[in-house]
Design a protein around this ligand. Sequence first.
Ligand code: EZ4
Ligand code: CO
Length: 409
Amino acid sequence: MKIVAADIIVSSPDRNFVTLKITTDEGITGLGDATLNGRELSVASYLRDHVAPLLMGRDAHRIEDTWQFLYRSAYWRRGPVTMAAIAAVDVALWDILAKAAGMPLYQLLGGASRTGIMAYGHASGRDLPELFDSIRQHLDEGFRSIRVQTSVPGINAVYGVAAQPSSTGQRYDYEPAQRTPLPAEEDWDTRAYLRHLPSVFEAVRNEFGPELPLLHDGHHRMTPIQAAKLGKALEPYDLFWLEDCTPAENQEALRLVRQHTTTPLAIGEVFNTVWDYQTLIREQLIDYVRSAVTHTGGITAMRKLLDFAAQYQIKSGIHGPTDISPVGMAAALHLDLAIHNFGIQEYMKHTPLANEVFRQSFTFTDGYLHPGDQPGLGVELDEEAAARFPYEPAYLPFNRLKDGTVHDW
Ligand code: EZ4
Ligand code: CO
């Protein structure tokens, strides 16, 4: 079965998505998600200009060989653009293989290890009443695990708080990339955040009781000692995880955090290879791997990464915001269902417009996701609908401290 076409489809139904469609001489097509939020066209170019020509005539069955060929023949290794491009090819080839076998992808990965995939939703509020309403709404929708993000007195715009107005005047919501010609500038004050956050978790525990799994995303904003202090302060509220407490390019930083707190740690949505986790996993400095299938080299690379993590009782927490397209989300769900060391899956619903372009077959029932039993990934791309929504430039925001210094966002 030879590859005869590789098309790159850039579409913007409410937000930008980059999709790779590989076609074989048997007429089977496979989809891969190549979306890199705020840098979409660089991956589209990498695929169109440098990868698609190399794929023509290759045997679509040879997934491992194609992965190694793309990784090693580029000579220049790693990086988000390269690894998103390789991931898109890898996922599209797995989609083709599973369709050719007439099976849902998870069957080819070893079959289901569970009946459903526990997902967490994203509650947020500018104050406690708004946050409590948001948590109740997520519980009503079926979520049984909830990420909690909150505004902080003294800070104008905080990551993850849906109801705050964005720089375009619209609801900020969970898609922080804004269709503005320049990245929006937000503000940050770590001391104000560290003072405020434990009081919010105390209030949430008092209102919702001890059982509900609660998560929080620190979004790379703390130094190691600040992160250690926060982890310790949050211990009474029994978090499921504290995510991205430090920027973590410096893996050794997590040793310091770990020495001081038993709050479970999750890291890695901005990572793109197993090498970014080498110290973190070997020294058991984290509890959950946050990589996206789409940013970390696809199913082939994620499987190896998660098998490595499993040797240290570290579990998956695959990245699943709306900048992962339904194609990337489906890939995550097939992997989640198959692996043994599954932890939790992030889940944000895509907009109705995005769902017009991507027809999905995964389900969400009583807090659990399932990828469905269609052959392959179970996602179809409506190319006519996709063509109705051309690319629009959009950027993620960035932070400045009160004195004007640029800070991690
Ligand atoms: O900010 O994917 O845990 N989820 C996150 C995400 C990221 C976005 C950036 O594009 O941190 O919402
Ligand atoms: Co995150």
